[in-house]
Design a protein around this ligand. Structure first.
Ligand code: ADP
Ligand code: MG
Length: 357
């Protein structure tokens, strides 16, 4: 268990043109933390993880494990366990032989290796499966073997690149809880890569949201959900409306913005937001934090219903307001609400948040 620091790390590929695959990334992952790199396909997650593993060296910047600079150290000298999307198991070997692979390379003695393989299979709840063939196992079991193989070397860091992508939805949910349990019990520092925001939220101590090679925001799942830094983060994590509204007044803690229709509302903003009266603020508000009211409610945003969809748990509405379409997820809606009806939208001011472009 060790902390991992990336200092101004960038990676440009020879065939990558002018754009950096990873662009000036900085963070420290605490020892024992479960840290997730989250973002859309192509944003640089795998490249970042491969630099931590040593499969790629950064074009610039430094990587440290604890106090040690490992920037140009080869992968086999880093004590990292790695799990991939496609498992990368040896199909012709037994479960035990697959798990023992890293120990064989490290020249661990036979008796010691046997004990450690059993211990690792126990950690992933596959005790007694050592003699099975890989192709006799389900996808979920194969993924556990891959985890055991990574854990058996007692790695300082456990690196996982979209390990659940090949599993069906139900198994994916079960296995994500398992992976977190195993990482915590093994007492290793976990770095996890996914494009699935629900998975990231459910598993992580902290998340780094990436876009186009850059880190947009780092924080606990609740921080990122309730206080997204940018409009990209607001829209990528869950669903959100990002409204452009005129600033009527500004303080350090927030802004008062004007609503189309004449109302005004105070929205909290991050320290140092720098907005002034007369400028336009981007205000994020999630569909579940908007209530329905009448058009005559003075604090409400007036609009006209464009879509109604009943999902059981909530009714999803799309409402045309001056300039923007607003998504609403309302738990209680008046009976008979229909497309074309005029409504007022009441924004929950505690749940609004000013974001950067
Ligand atoms: P992610 O894992 O987030 O989907 P990657 O880290 O795989 O993203 O890729 C980031 C960017 O770097 C992409 O634009 C990708 O095309 C590019 N890239 C990745 N690996 C290579 C490579 N070996 N050579 C050239 N470009 C690469
Ligand atoms: Mg990837």
């Amino acid at each position: 268990m060790i902390d991992v620091t990336l200092e101004s790390v960038s990676k440009r590929f020879a065939r990558g043109g002018d754009t950096a695959a990873v662009d000036d990334v900085d963070f420290t992952i605490a020892a024992g933390e479960f840290f997730t790199l989250l973002g859309p396909s192509g944003c640089g997650k795998t490249t970042t993880l491969r630099m931590v593993a040593g499969f790629y060296f950064p074009t610039s910047g430094r990587i440290r494990f604890g106090e040690e600079d490992v920037t140009r150290r080869p992968p086999n000298k880093r004590d990292t366990g790695m799990v991939f999307q496609n498992y990368a198991l040896f199909p012709h070997m037994s479960v035990a032989q697959n798990v023992a692979y890293g120990l064989k390379i490290r020249k661990v003695g036979r008796a010691d290796a046997k004990r450690r393989v059993e211990e690792a299979l126990g950690q992933v709840h596959l005790a007694g499966y050592g003699d099975r063939r890989i192709d006799e196992l389900s996808g979920g079991q194969q993924q556990r073997v891959a985890l055991a193989r990574a854990l058996v070397i007692r790695p300082k860091t456990l690196l996982l690149d979209e390990p659940l992508s090949n599993l069906d939805a139900k198994l994916r949910e079960e296995t994500r809880t398992e992976i977190r349990r195993i990482q915590k019990e093994a007492g290793t520092t976990g770095i996890y890569v996914t494009h699935d925001q629900a998975e990231a939220m459910a598993m992580s101590d902290r998340i780094a949201v990436m876009q186009s090679g850059r880190v947009q925001q780092i924080g606990a799942p609740q921080d990122i959900y309730h206080r997204p830094a940018t409009s990209f983060v607001a829209r990528f994590i869950g669903r959100s409306n990002v409204l452009s509204l005129p600033v009527l007044a500004a303080t350090e803690a927030g802004v008062t913005v004007g609503l189309p229709g004449g109302g005004e509302i105070a929205a909290p903003a991050p320290a140092g937001h720098g907005l002034r009266q007369g400028e336009t603020a981007l205000v994020s508000v999630r569909p579940e934090h908007i209530g329905l009211t009448t058009t005559t409610d003075p604090g409400a945003l007036p609009g006209r219903i464009a879509e109604v969809e009943f999902t059981g748990m909530a009714t999803n509405l799309v409402v045309d307001t001056a300039g923007e379409q607003v998504q609403v997820a309302a738990v209680d809606v008046p009976a008979g609400l229909a497309v074309g009806d005029q409504v007022g939208l009441r924004l929950n001011r505690e749940r609004m948040w000013v974001v950067r472009p």
